[in-house]
Ligand binder design. Structure first.
Ligand code: PMP
Length: 370
């Protein structure tokens, strides 16, 4: 062991990450199964070539043009008009949420979420030296709205993290649920900042996959200045490799994030590629509509095998339960299909793939269940 001052808070942790295995069918990390269209690839290549002519210079630190484009996209997708100053972006929504905790949580402050949920949340809290509180969801994975106001008043969190649709369950929050949490957060900010509201972060990484009638939390931004809504280009845009996440919030929230970001955190290449991809929003969103249909038929097919599924508004389905889920996971892997062993005991999670990938998944699953 070398003699360097390891942080005790990091002792015993492994780096986060799903296995990256080279198998024919990867349905384990909720990616979009389709690569970008040839037209999008051509536009990205051209935009990146143009950006490269200026690479001796630092990029636009405030990425104003990208913020304008993201605001336009949100207006089109969620029907909510935001000013570019209300938009933030970083290298994936993971970095966006780390910025939020760096700015609003930290030593002596608490971050709260509801399990089962995205396992990176506790890591952002750990890395920012914040105190982590994970409260349980109900058996159907919904929020326990009777308990939450009391829990918030007791914990006095600086930040409440809510994934909607949630990972790994796929469940989305209804407007009434969001409003209950937002109201309960009023005046319940951290004890070192009496009278403030806790900041409620709604992580809509899978927002575009929500079913008809499910609102986006963007719609509530005009009513609540303690709300921040995070999105990503990793899923709906089929651009997980791009690393571009973004956020909509009150301008005061965004201004605080500008304090903690590293200078020039978004490279000129990233900004150019993201802007080029955003020009293809319409075709991406029609592809998303197809993935939603595939998701719904996967749910039906799983149910017809006698399996339970958690209600899903995402591009994945959590299904089960199995007395030995690892046996099913391992069987699928032997057939070249990688899914995820995640969620409460007995459940598994599968991402929506191409029709061929979904068929391969089902024939291996049926075989494994025999
Ligand atoms: N939030 C949730 C709920 C996720 O599942 C993921 C990725 N799996 C992310 C955020 C992070 O996505 P990215 O950093 O690629 O934007």
């Amino acid at each position: 062991m070398v003699s360097i001052p390891f942080r005790p808070a990091l002792a015993g942790f492994e780096p986060y990450g799903a296995p990256q295995l080279d198998v024919p069918v990867t349905l384990n990390v909720n990616e979009n199964p389709y690569p970008p269209s040839p037209a999008m690839i051509a536009d990205i290549a051209e935009a990146v070539a143009e950006a490269a002519t200026n690479l001796n210079r630092y990029p636009d630190r405030d990425f104003l043009a990208l913020r304008e484009d993201l605001a336009r996209y949100v207006a089109g997708e969620a029907g909510v008009a935001l000013r570019p100053e209300q938009i933030w972006a970083a290298n994936g929504s993971n970095e966006v949420m780390l910025h939020l905790l760096l700015a609003f949580a930290g030593p002596g402050r608490s971050v709260m979420s509801f399990a089962p949920t995205y396992s990176m949340y506790s890591e952002y809290a750990r890395d920012t030296n914040s105190t982590w509180h994970e409260l349980p969801r109900r058996a159907d994975f919904s929020l326990d709205l009777d308990a939450i106001p009391g829990d918030i008043a007791k914990i006095r969190p600086a930040v409440i993290l809510l994934a909607s649709p949630n990972n790994p369950t796929g469940t989305a929050l209804r407007e009434a649920e969001l409003r209950t949490v937002l109201e309960a957060a009023r005046g319940q900010g951290p004890e070192d900042a009496p009278g403030t509201d806790a900041l409620v972060v709604v992580d809509e990484a899978y927002g575009e996959f929500r079913r008809e009638g499910v609102p986006s939390a963007f719609e509530l931004l005009s009513d609540y200045d303690n709300l921040a809504v995070s999105r990503t280009m990793s899923k709906a845009f089929g651009a997980a490799g791009l690393r571009l996440g973004y956020l909509g919030a009150a301008r005061d929230v965004i201004d605080q994030l500008r304090i903690v970001r590293l200078p020039y955190h978004l490279s000129a290449i990233t900004q150019a590629a993201a802007r080029a991809a955003l020009r293809h929003a319409d075709s991406q969103l029609s592809q998303v509509a197809g993935l939603r249909r595939s998701r719904d038929s996967m749910v039906e097919r799983l149910n017809s095998l006698g399996l339970a599924t958690a209600p899903t508004d995402a591009n994945f389905v959590m299904f089960g339960t199995f007395p030995d889920r690892h046996a099913i996971f391992a069987h699928l892997l032997r057939r070249g299909i990688l899914i995820r062993e995640v969620g409460p005991e007995g459940w598994l999670r599968v991402s929506v793939g191409t029709p061929e990938e979904n068929d391969a998944f089902f024939s291996a699953l049926e075989e494994g269940m025999e």
